[in-house]
Design a protein. Structure first.
Lengths: 380, 161
C-alpha cells in the first residue's frame, strides 16, 4: 500500500481572539500552504473538522484562498473530529482519486461549560447530569478507589503540562503554576480542580498531506502517517458523557485501548517504538488513565508513572511536550490537528526548548463525548 | 419521602415532598418509569431486558445494544443500589437545569442495581459523607415546573446510611 506523507503544517495560536472563525482558519491554511510550498490551486480536496461551527464552514473558510471547484467537506466527531477528518483525507488519497489534500481543524467556542444540548437529552439536562467534567471526574474517583491514585499525582500532571506550555508560543496559558497553586485551585468536579482542566477556546491547525508519489516529486517524503484510526466506544466500555447507564456484567475494552491497538497494528509498531506523545488531557486525571490505556504502564500504575518523571520532556516517554490541552485550551475541531502540528515540529527537530532529542516516531491521541477517540502515529 | 436532614446540609438537595399540591405531574423522560407518578412509593425505574443475552437497558428499549436481539421485555429496576463512583458538581450546570434555585452543589454518581445495570443519577447525600460502596435508595423528586405549569418528576438515589 502506498504511503501518505505530511508535506506541510500550519497553526493559528489557541486562545480567545477578536476575529472571525473564517479568518482564524484562513490564516492557518495560508501558513500551511507556505510551509508546504504549494499553491491553493494545487490542492485537490479539503476536509474541515469542527464541532461548534455552522454548516459549510470548510467552504466559507477556504474560499478566502481563492475560487475553487474541489470537494470541501466538514467532518464532526466530537473531540476526535480532527482524527476523523484526517482519516477521511488519507482514505481519499488511498483511493487513487487525489494526491494532495488539505485538512483543516478549526473552532471558535464560547467561554465556560460546553452547550449541553449538543450531546445530552433534555431529561439529563433538567436533572443536572449534563456537565461534561462530571463524567471524567467520576472515572478519577473510581481509579483513586481501586488503585490508590492520589490527588497529588493528578496535580503533578497539571504541573508538568503547565510548565511545558511556557515554551509553546501557540498555547493559551503560557504560565508555570506552583504545585500549591494547582492543589489549592477551586474544585470544579471532585477531585478535579480548575488548574487541572482544559477550557474550550478558539484556534486552528492545518495539515497538507500527499500521496507517496506526489511527496517524492515535492522532495517532501519525510514524515509518513503510519496510522490514523478513529472509533467510538463499544457497548458498555465507557461511561463518558452522555452515557446514561453501563452493564455490570460486561466490561469491554475502552475506546483508547481499542483505537490504539488498531493504530499499533496498522503502523506495525508497538508502544515501545513511540518516542513522544500528545494525548487528551481534558483534565489531569485522564492523562494518567491514558498512560495505562496506551500501554505506557500497566493498568493502575499511571499515578506511579507520573511520579517517576518518565513523562517529562527529558524522560523516557515524554507526554504533552506542548503543554497539553490544559494549557493550550481545547478548540475541539482543532485539538487533534494541533497535536499533530506540534509532533511534526518534534519529528523535524524544530520544537525548540520542548524538543525531544532524536524523536522519530510520535503519537497523537484524542478522546471525547460518546467515546469518540482518534489515534495518529507519525514516523520520520 | 425526603431524608429529614436533606435541607439542613451544605450540599444535600432540597427535595420537595411528593405529597404535594401539583396536580399535573409529567415524567422528566417519557419511558423512564413504571407505575403512577402519584404513588411515589410504588414508582420504579423502568428497564428492558434482552431475552437472548440478558443485558439490561434503562427505559424502554426495542433492540439490545449488546447483541442486537429485538426480543426485549419490560423489567422493573430495583429500588436499592450501591454507589460505584461519584463526583461533586460545584458549579451550576449549563442549560435548562431544574434543580434547586438558587443552585447548591450536589453529588452525581453511578449506581449499581441488582439487575446487572449501573445507572447515572443525582445522589442525595451531603458531599462530606459520600463514599464508594454506600447503600442508596431510589427516590422520585419533583423538578421545577415546565412553562405550562406541569411538574416534571425526576429521580435521585438517596443515602440509606
Amino acid at each position: 500500500m502506498s504511503e501518505i506523507f505530511v508535506v506541510g503544517v500550519g497553526i493559528h495560536p489557541f486562545g480567545r481572539f477578536d476575529k472571525s472563525y473564517e479568518q482564524i482558519g484562513f490564516e492557518a491554511a495560508q501558513s500551511a500552504l507556505r510551509d508546504a510550498g504549494v499553491q491553493w490551486s494545487e490542492i485537490q480536496a479539503a476536509y474541515l473538522s469542527r464541532m461548534y461551527l455552522p454548516a459549510t464552514s470548510g467552504a466559507r473558510v477556504l474560499r478566502r484562498l481563492g475560487g475553487t471547484d474541489i470537494s470541501i467537506i466538514d467532518v464532526e466527531a466530537a473531540c476526535a473530529s480532527g482524527g476523523a477528518a484526517l482519516r477521511q483525507a488519507t482514505l481519499a488519497i488511498r483511493s487513487g482519486e487525489v494526491d494532495l489534500v488539505m485538512v483543516v481543524g478549526l473552532e471558535k467556542m464560547p467561554r465556560g461549560f460546553m452547550d449541553p444540548s449538543m450531546i445530552y437529552a433534555p431529561w439529563q439536562i433538567n436533572q443536572g447530569m449534563s456537565l461534561n467534567p462530571a463524567y471524567w471526574s467520576m472515572r478519577a474517583m473510581r481509579h483513586m478507589h481501586d488503585y490508590g491514585t492520589t490527588e497529588d499525582q493528578i496535580a503533578k500532571v497539571a504541573f508538568k503540562n503547565h510548565r511545558n506550555s511556557v515554551h509553546n508560543p501557540n498555547a493559551m496559558y503560557r504560565k508555570e503554576f506552583s504545585f500549591e497553586d494547582i492543589r489549592n485551585s477551586k474544585l470544579v468536579c471532585d477531585p478535579i480542580r480548575l488548574l487541572e482542566i482544559c477550557a474550550p477556546n478558539d484556534g486552528a491547525a492545518v495539515l497538507i498531506i500527499a500521496s507517496e508519489k506526489k511527496a517524492r516529486e515535492m522532495g517532501a517524503a519525510n514524515i509518513r502517517i503510519a496510522a490514523v484510526e478513529h472509533t467510538i466506544a463499544q457497548y458498555s466500555a465507557d461511561f463518558r458523557c452522555p452515557a446514561e447507564s453501563m452493564s455490570t456484567k460486561i466490561v469491554n475494552a475502552g475506546p483508547t485501548q481499542v483505537t490504539a491497538a488498531k493504530a499499533y497494528a496498522k503502523a506495525g509498531l508497538g508502544v515501545e517504538d513511540i518516542d513522544c506523545f500528545e494525548v487528551q488531557d481534558t483534565d489531569a486525571f485522564c492523562e494518567i488513565e491514558i498512560y495505562e490505556e496506551l500501554g505506557l504502564c500497566p493498568l493502575g500504575e499511571g499515578g506511579r508513572l507520573i511520579d517517576s518523571g518518565a513523562t517529562e520532556i527529558g524522560g523516557s516517554k515524554p507526554v504533552n511536550m506542548s503543554g497539553g490541552l490544559i494549557s493550550k485550551g481545547e478548540p475541539v475541531g482543532a485539538s487533534h490537528l494541533g497535536q499533530l502540528v506540534d509532533l511534526v515540529y518534534q519529528l523535524r527537530g524544530t520544537a525548540g526548548p520542548r524538543q525531544v532529542e532524536g524523536a522519530r516516531v510520535a503519537m497523537g491521541h484524542v478522546l471525547g463525548a460518546g467515546g469518540n477517540c482518534a489515534v495518529t502515529i507519525l514516523q520520520r | 419521602m425526603c431524608p429529614a436532614n436533606a435541607a439542613d446540609t451544605k450540599t444535600g438537595l432540597e427535595i420537595s415532598s411528593m405529597t404535594l399540591l401539583s396536580n399535573s405531574r409529567v415524567p422528566v423522560r417519557e419511558d423512564l418509569y413504571l407505575g403512577s407518578l402519584d404513588n411515589s412509593a410504588e414508582l420504579r425505574l423502568r428497564g428492558s431486558k434482552c431475552a437472548d443475552c440478558g443485558e439490561v437497558a434503562l427505559g424502554r428499549a426495542t433492540i439490545c445494544l449488546n447483541c442486537g436481539n429485538e426480543r426485549m421485555s419490560e423489567l422493573p429496576l430495583g429500588q436499592e443500589g450501591v454507589l460505584h463512583t461519584y463526583t461533586v458538581v460545584r458549579n451550576p450546570p449549563p442549560g435548562d437545569y431544574r434543580g434547586p434555585d438558587p443552585f447548591k452543589p450536589y453529588v452525581m454518581g453511578l449506581v449499581e442495581l441488582p439487575e446487572g445495570i449501573q445507572v447515572l443519577s443525582i445522589i442525595d447525600c451531603p458531599a462530606e459523607n459520600v463514599r464508594i460502596g454506600m447503600k442508596l435508595g431510589f427516590q422520585p423528586i419533583e423538578l421545577r415546573n415546565n412553562a405550562d405549569g406541569a411538574t416534571p418528576v425526576g429521580f435521585v438515589f438517596a443515602s440509606k446510611e
